[in-house]
Design a protein around this ligand. Sequence first.
Ligand SMILES: [Zn+2]
Length: 146
Amino acid sequence: MSDSLTLPCPHCAAANRVPAARLAETPRCGACHQPLFTGKPLALDEAGFQRHLRLSSIPLLVDFWASWCGPCRAMAPAFEAAAAELEPAMRLVKVSTEEAPALAAQLRITSIPTLALFRDGREVARQAGALPARQIVTWARSHQAR
Ligand SMILES: [Zn+2]
């Protein structure tokens, strides 16, 4: 059914089916019973990212970052604020290019921070460089529509 969404749980990674109309009603995971949205970015390794990319019906907004990158650390609070605003319309994810170097190479992440929006399993927009929270939200929403 087109109005039913698949959402991997941010806690246990179980795939959940949620009616689109109930997305805003704080849905919980059927397996671990924790909230499917926490209002905070979800840190994923390569396997976790691939699972969410493959299964998630909602867009993924990914912050590719590294601990040694000053602008990345400076943008972290803005990305967290953007998560509170953009969920549950999309899932905000953080991927460390230090912990997932093969993935970063495969996606040709050449500078960090890089924001990339994935929809239906493929990348639809990319933005290199740090942005304030308001601009992250505006940028993501401008590329969200099908
Ligand atoms: Zn769960």
